[in-house]
Design a protein around this ligand. Structure first.
Ligand code: MG
Length: 430
C-alpha cells in the first residue's frame, strides 16, 4: 500500500499510523532536511505521533522546532523559516484517525516526487544515522502570533458581531483571537480544543452546523464562521441563519481577490464563471492540492474549492481558513449585510445523483460513458468526464470511496431534462 494518499499519510491512529511508522517518516524527512517545524491538531494521537516523529528527525541529524497545537495553515506559514514543515492532523476525519502531512517552505504540500523519495527511503531503510555529536536538538516557538500578525496586516478593522464554531479543533487557538484583534465582538462555540471532537463532526458541512446556524440567528450576529479540525477550511452562515454554499464564497473571494486569473475545481458552479467574466478560469481535478499545484503553475491570483479551502498564493499555497475568515469579515464590514450580498449572486439549480457501479467495473464504464458523451458536445477529462453546453454542464465521475458513479448537472435552464438524459444514458451503459 502506498504510504501517501491525496491528503498525505492518513489512517487509524495506533493501528495504521503507529509510532513505528512515525519514527520512520521522521528518519526519512530528517535525512533530506536540516531543520523542520512540527505541529499537531488536538487529536488524542497527536502527542504520541509527534514524539516518535521527533525521535526520527533528531536521529537523522535534523533540528526540530515544536510549534505545539496549532492549525495547519499556521504551521505551513511558519514553514517558510525552516527547510520543511510537518503537520500531524487528519483534517476533518473522525477522531480515531491520525495523519502526517509534509510542507514545503512556500506552503505547498510535498508533491508526488517528494513523497516517492520519502517512501523509497522508508522502504529501503536508507535513512541517515547521525554521529553522536550531530544528533538534532529540539527548540520551541510560538508561531501563532506570527500568523496572526500577518493576517491582521492584510485586513482592516471591523466592528461586527461574529459567532465562531471551531468544532473543538485547532482554530480555537487563533481565529477568535484574530477576529477580536480586528475589533469584532466574538461569541465562541466549541472553541476548547478537544481530541474527542465532542461537539460536532469536524467537517464543516451544513448538516454539522445546525448549532452555529441557530446561534448566529439568535445572537443577532452579522456572520457565523466554522472551521474543520485543522482550520485549513472555513465555511460561513449569514445573519438569516442560512448556510452559505461554497460556490458563493468562492465567488465572493474571486471577485475581490482577482483581476485576471483564478483556479477552481472542475465541479464549480457556472455562477462563478458568470460573475468573473473577464478572468481566466483554470479548472483542476477536485481536491485542494490540485488547486494549489495549478495556482503555482499558472501564477494565478486566487484559488478555491467549494468544500471550504481558500488559497491566497501571495501569502502561502496552503489553504488558510483563518485568513479567509478575516477577509470575509472585512468584506461584510465594508460592503453590508451578508444575506443581501448572497442574494445578489445569481443562483442556478444543480442536481446531484449517482448510479451504482462496482469498483472493478468503474474504469470500463467510464470509457464507455466518455465515448457516448463525446457525441453530445465538447467534453473535458480533467477529473471524470465533463460535458459543457451553452446553458450548463454535466460531470460524470467515479466515486473515490463508494461503488458508485456520480452525476452532477447544473444549468441556467432545463437542468432536470439534462440530468435525466445523462442519468438514463449512464444507467443504460452499466
Ligand atoms: Mg483540513
Amino acid at each position: 500500500m502506498a504510504l501517501f494518499g491525496s491528503s498525505g499519510i492518513r489512517g487509524l491512529a495506533n493501528k495504521e499510523i503507529t509510532p513505528e511508522l512515525a519514527l520512520s517518516v521522521g528518519l526519512a524527512v530528517g535525512s533530506l532536511h536540516g531543520t523542520a517545524v512540527i505541529a499537531r491538531d488536538p487529536r488524542t494521537s497527536g502527542e504520541m505521533t509527534e514524539h516518535a516523529l521527533i525521535s526520527g528527525l533528531l536521529s537523522a541529524g535534523c533540528s526540530v522546532t515544536r510549534a505545539g497545537m496549532v492549525p495547519t495553515p499556521t504551521l505551513a506559514y511558519a514553514a517558510r523559516n525552516f527547510d520543511c514543515g510537518i503537520m500531524i492532523t487528519a483534517s476533518h476525519n473522525p477522531p480515531e484517525y491520525c495523519g502526517i502531512k509534509l510542507w514545503n517552505r512556500d506552503g505547498m504540500a510535498f508533491d508526488s516526487r517528494q513523497q516517492e523519495e520519502i517512501e523509497s527511503i522508508i522502504h529501503n531503510r536508507t535513512w541517515k544515522t547521525a554521529q553522536w555529536q550531530d544528533i538534532g536538538r529540539v527548540y520551541e516557538a510560538d508561531v501563532i502570533e506570527d500568523h496572526a500578525t500577518m493576517i491582521l496586516s492584510k485586513v482592516g478593522r471591523a466592528s461586527l458581531k461574529v459567532v465562531i464554531d471551531c468544532g473543538c479543533g485547532a482554530a480555537s487557538v487563533i481565529t477568535p483571537y484574530v477576529l477580536r484583534r480586528m475589533g469584532c465582538t466574538v461569541i465562541t462555540l466549541n472553541s476548547q480544543p478537544d481530541g474527542f471532537f465532542p461537539a460536532r463532526n469536524p467537517e464543516p458541512i451544513e448538516k454539522n452546523l445546525e448549532l452555529l446556524k441557530k446561534a448566529t440567528l439568535s445572537f443577532g450576529a452579522d456572520i457565523g464562521i466554522a472551521h474543520d479540525g485543522d482550520a485549513d477550511r472555513m465555511m460561513a452562515i449569514d445573519p438569516a441563519g442560512r448556510f452559505i454554499e461554497g460556490d458563493k464564497l468562492l465567488a465572493f473571494f474571486g471577485i475581490r481577490e482577482t483581476s485576471y486569473s483564478i483556479v477552481v475545481p472542475v465541479d464549480t458552479s457556472i455562477m462563478v464563471d458568470d460573475v468573473l467574466k473577464n478572468r481566466k478560469i483554470y479548472r483542476t481535478r477536485v481536491g485542494d492540492v490540485y488547486v494549489a499545484e495549478e495556482l503555482k503553475k499558472r501564477k494565478a491570483e486566487f484559488g478555491g474549492e467549494p468544500s471550504g479551502s481558500w488559497i491566497f498564493p501571495g501569502i502561502s499555497l496552503c489553504p488558510d481558513g483563518i485568513l479567509a475568515a478575516a477577509k470575509l469579515v472585512e468584506m461584510v464590514q465594508n460592503e453590508g449585510r451578508l444575506d443581501a450580498l448572497v442574494d445578489e449572486l445569481p443562483a442556478y439549480p444543480m442536481i446531484r445523483g449517482d448510479v451504482p457501479c462496482s469498483n472493478e467495473k468503474k474504469e470500463t464504464a467510464m470509457k464507455k460513458i466518455a465515448i457516448s458523451l463525446r457525441k453530445l458536445g465538447e467534453v473535458t477529462d480533467i477529473d471524470g468526464i465533463r460535458l459543457d453546453m451553452e446553458n450548463g454542464w454535466i460531470l460524470v465521475r467515479p466515486s473515490g470511496t463508494e461503488p458508485k458513479i456520480r452525476i452532477t448537472a447544473e444549468a441556467r435552464k432545463g437542468v432536470e431534462e439534462l440530468f435525466a438524459k445523462v442519468h438514463k444514458l449512464v444507467s443504460g451503459l452499466l
